[in-house]
Write a protein that binds this ligand. Structure first.
Ligand code: BGC
Length: 362
């Protein structure tokens, strides 16, 4: 078996190696030494951000099935509630699943159940968010770089107004370690160049909270005093833009985002949002699915990983860290469309036809 892995990794990329790894591996149920087919649990964090149910879930399932036809996948969503996710972890441990793919609602609070899974010999793959506790592997995008891309784009969009421009920051939920990384990356670019008039952390990444916070910021700073909005993701961008519009702010200041949600891409074409960050879902799900299958079969993850990451407790675990891409109206075609995230037809609804033509989306 080992020889099979080594030959493979010498000639192909790490993620592709996982296919071969899975293909040349022994049959199902080997982690526990039994004969049953592997059962993989996928624990998603919330329903407020479109990506988890519309992109990650189907792509992870597809990838797992590709690599392991007899694997079964069980998916649950915590709806943004830490206690619900702890319960879901407990129930997957009781069921004796063979591996867990976890997008932690709260990285720190979940550490105890990650430890429980580890003690029950169930490997946990931290997907997109670096869960604390004895995880076996990690797959994500470079979150600090996401923040830098957002910060740089905002500076560029504000042009002459920098320095001296005033911005509002709509950060994510700080119990999500990615939110901390996005903010760190953005501040590393923005600090000293703009005035941060107001900054908010957004509980559960809720667009409605961003809407309320933006409304409060406008009444405190004045509707004409906001030169730019740093929104950590597209949901927060949507909430901010609707508050700006409700307060008749015109022209709209540039607003950042993340996730290349369909609504955000349409807002970018129509001029209501300046940018988003595309973190292509397929490669992330591909690596996450490959790690899950390898782990469920009791194989090591280093052959699937392209590097490693240091966890909170100082251990290093095999990891795949991918590179995010900045998207503005000028590169939608060669990013979002080329990547198969949304088609031109989906983006270009009748109201956007003229704007789509101007953007070269036909
Ligand atoms: C993810 C983002 C997502 C956010 C809210 C973050 O951990 O990296 O893509 O927008 O969570 O769900």
């Amino acid at each position: 078996m080992k020889a099979c892995i080594r030959e493979t990794t010498a000639t192909v990329t790490a993620v592709a190696a996982a296919v071969a790894l899975a293909a040349c591996g022994p049959g199902a149920g080997t982690r526990s030494g039994g004969e049953s087919s592997p059962n993989i649990a996928v624990l998603l964090p919330d329903n407020t951000t479109a990506r988890w149910e519309t992109q990650d879930k189907p792509l992870l399932e597809k990838r797992i099935k590709e690599l392991c036809a007899d694997c079964s996948v069980e998916h649950v969503n915590a709806g943004g509630e830490v206690a619900v996710q702890q319960g879901q972890m407990d129930s997957m441990i009781t069921k004796g699943v063979d591996a867990i793919v976890l997008v932690a609602v709260d990285a720190r609070s979940l550490a105890a159940t990650v430890t429980k899974a580890h003690q029950a010999d169930i490997p946990v793959i931290a997907y997109d968010r670096l869960a604390q506790g004895p995880i076996s592997g990690y797959v994500s995008y470079d979150g600090v770089e996401v923040g830098r891309l957002q910060g740089r784009a905002l500076l560029q969009a504000m042009g002459d107004k920098v320095p001296g421009a005033q911005i509002v920051m709509m950060n994510g939920d700080p119990i999500d370690p990615n939110a901390v990384a996005f903010k760190e990356g953005a501040l590393s670019v923005l600090r000293g160049k703009v005035r941060i008039g107001k900054a908010y952390d957004t509980v559960q990444w809720r667009p409605e909270a961003a809407n309320m916070n933006m409304t409060a910021a406008l009444s405190s700073l004045g509707p004409d005093a906001v030169d730019g909005v740093y929104a950590a993701n597209d949901g927060l961008a949507a909430g901010s833009v609707s508050a700006l519009k409700a307060n008749k702010v015109a022209p709209l200041p540039p607003v950042t985002g993340q996730d290349a949600e369909l609504g955000a891409v349409r807002r970018i074409v129509g001029g209501d949002q300046y940018m988003t960050v595309l973190k292509p879902f397929a490669p992330e799900a591909s690596a996450g699915g490959a790690m899950a299958v390898a782990a469920a079969r009791g194989h090591g993850l280093t052959e699937v990983a392209t590097g490693e990451v240091r966890t909170g407790d100082g251990r290093t675990v095999p990891a795949v860290l991918l590179t995010p891409v900045s998207v503005t109206v000028d590169n939608i075609e060669e990013t979002v469309v080329k990547d198969g995230v949304h088609t031109v037809q989906q983006i270009c609804v009748p109201q956007l036809r003229a704007a789509c033509e101007r953007a070269g989306l036909t």
